[in-house]
Design a protein around this ligand. Structure first.
Ligand code: ADP
Length: 539
């Protein structure tokens, strides 16, 4: 027997409509491309979103059409998020840090019909526009109707584009399973793959993200996604903030320690989220300038492992609780958050930090397990590590325009991560499956070794890769960037591992580099290093 409840569709438009009606005067503060601070309210944003919908309809945009953005986190990008999805078209956020060839591939693959871009990407757009075969219109997200300093046909400034009277608009209604946005994975191997989110998956994800034991976002919060809006929906925060009535702060393109520090303090940010690199810059800035961030209660760190030393420094020096989080583009992206349980209150401080450095427990809506290579589930004992697999209503079931199945027979998605899960459900990533070092039939976690290395005060960045070894199959090689002022020796570095891991885990050699290569999403590009050092001989 079916229930007798209303079958209201979960649509992105309902979020902004709710914010307009219930938190209409709550602020969205944003740093624009021209480095101005722009302030307005959810109601003013909603008015402009409706103007944007009218403008998009006027030029013939239809349901299901793709509209691309190359933009930082600001109020215009926010308007695009809501206008495009609410009218039934598909928002395609492109990562401007990708190589030009990848951006061309992505845009053509998605068949984008309009491209909105920030002034700071004008050169990029000039370089690639001839190869963007489906794009018919360009909109530059400049303030006001200032001169357009770019040679392209069919281009208009954002403010000119939306300069229409708003006829009152009823939000279109359609099925919640329809697509609202598209984001490509960075494609460290092969071509980038499109993850096509639905209205329903986006709403459920934002809802779960806001819950008290997830990120705890409410009308008392001031939320600042430092994670870009072109990277997995800014981890859902641009939806979670209006859904809960939180003030939203969008930091624009300046993500250095000083800029982030200033905006946090100016706007009294209570929760922010980003990758470890950003928070390292903030810590360095605060260290050098005796700063503090009194308003911040939680910093969400994810995208790659948050080092324990960083979690501890935020807590000990700045009284900020780090929420270590894990997820991926294919998961909208949030999968786990690390919050201790009441039963951990009496743990020693050291044990608490050991737990906080784990990636945490599944949030409601995400199912998780680890298996060996033959698919047999492994015990949740916190020690056995295996392939991490997930299920859930905001996990992808296929890639856009890719016929290949990505789920197994039982509907599990293999994340490509290797992890442990302890009896309380705390998951810890030990590696990417392609990065784990297989030595003498056993697995060595490159991430564990990297975390130990960066715990050394003179090591700025570390990377561990497996290099071929005739006897053991693979052995770990450590590559580090050291503090400019220090002159560490190999022996000093290797001695630092003694007593922290099993002897056979200790890297065979250390290489000192000026810098390490990164992907467009700021992760270590291990494939390049593996290639470069595959013939490295230990001396
Ligand atoms: P891409 O796959 O395109 O590099 P994603 O942002 O989707 O971009 O990357 C997801 C991957 O990032 C995860 O599968 C995992 O390997 C890594 N990752 C994300 N968060 C964490 C974390 N907290 N700790 C360790 N690794 C993480």
């Amino acid at each position: 027997m079916l229930g007798l409840m209303q079958n209201r569709q979960l649509l992105v438009s309902s979020i902004i409509d709710f914010a307009d009606k219930n938190y209409g005067d709550v602020e969205i503060v944003s740093k624009t491309d021209s480095n101005q601070v722009h302030r307005y309210s959810y109601s003013e944003a909603t008015y402009r979103i409706k103007k944007l919908i009218n403008a998009l309809k006027n030029i013939g945009l239809k349901k299901g059409d793709k509209v691309a953005t190359l933009a930082w986190n600001d109020h215009r990008h926010f308007e695009l998020y809501y206008a495009i999805s609410s009218m039934g078209a598909i928002l395609h956020t492109i990562n401007p840090r990708l190589f030009e060839e990848q951006i061309i591939y992505i845009s053509n693959h998605a068949e984008d019909s309009i491209l909105f871009f920030d002034q700071s990407f004008a050169n990029l757009v000039n370089n690639i526009s001839k190869k963007l075969v489906s794009v018919k219109k360009y909109v530059i997200m400049k303030s006001e109707k200032s001169d357009l300093n770019i040679k392209l046909d069919n281009i208009i400034s954002y403010e000119n584009f939306i300069d229409h009277k708003v006829k009152d608009l009823d939000w279109p209604n359609f099925k919640e399973e329809e697509a609202c946005s598209l984001c490509y994975t960075s494609g460290t191997t092969g071509n980038p793959k499109g993850v096509l989110y639905s209205h329903k998956s986006t709403l459920l994800h934002a809802w779960a993200t806001s819950m008290p034991d997830t990120l705890c976002i409410s009308a008392s919060s001031v939320v600042m996604p430092v994670v870009p809006m072109f990277h997995a929906n800014a981890w859902g925060l641009v939806y979670a903030a209006p859904m809960t009535g939180a003030k939203l702060v969008l930091p624009g393109s300046d993500l250095d320690g000083e800029s982030i520090y200033k905006i946090i303090n100016d706007e009294k940010v209570t929760i922010s989220a980003g990758v470890p690199t950003v928070w390292l810059m903030l810590l360095n800035y605060m260290d050098q300038n005796r700063g503090s961030i009194m308003s911040v209660k939680n910093l969400v760190i994810g995208g790659s492992a948050a080092p324990k030393s960083m979690i501890k420094e935020f807590s000990d020096k700045y009284n900020v609780t780090v929420l270590h989080a894990w997820g991926m583009t294919e998961m909208s992206p949030l999968g786990t958050v690390c919050r201790l349980l009441p039963k951990h209150n009496d743990l020693s401080i050291a044990s608490k930090f050991d737990l906080k450095a784990k990636q945490g427990r599944a949030i409601f809506g995400v199912e998780m397990k680890i298996t060996d290579d033959s698919g047999v589930e492994m015990p949740r004992d916190g020690k056995s590590f295996g392939n991490l697999k997930v299920k859930g209503p905001w996990v992808a079931e296929a890639y856009y325009k890719e016929p290949k199945k990505i789920l197994d027979e039982e509907g599990w998605f293999n994340t490509g991560d290797v992890a442990t899960i302890d009896p309380d459900g705390f998951m810890q990533i030990t590696d990417r499956s392609k990065d784990v070092i297989k030595s003498g039939g056993e697995w060595i976690s490159s991430i564990d070794l990297e975390n130990i290395a960066i715990g050394h005060e003179k090591i700025l960045e570390a990377c561990v890769i497996g290099i071929p070894d005739t006897k053991w199959d693979e052995r770990p090689l450590l590559l580090i960037v050291q503090d400019k002022k220090s002159e560490l020796t190999k022996k000093e570095v290797l001695d630092f591992f003694v007593g922290k891991v099993a002897k056979w885990w200790i890297p065979d050699d250390v290489i000192f580099l000026e810098e390490l290569p990164h992907t467009a999403t700021g992760k270590l590009l291990k494939s390049k290093l593996r290639d470069e050092f595959k013939n490295h001989k230990i001396v």
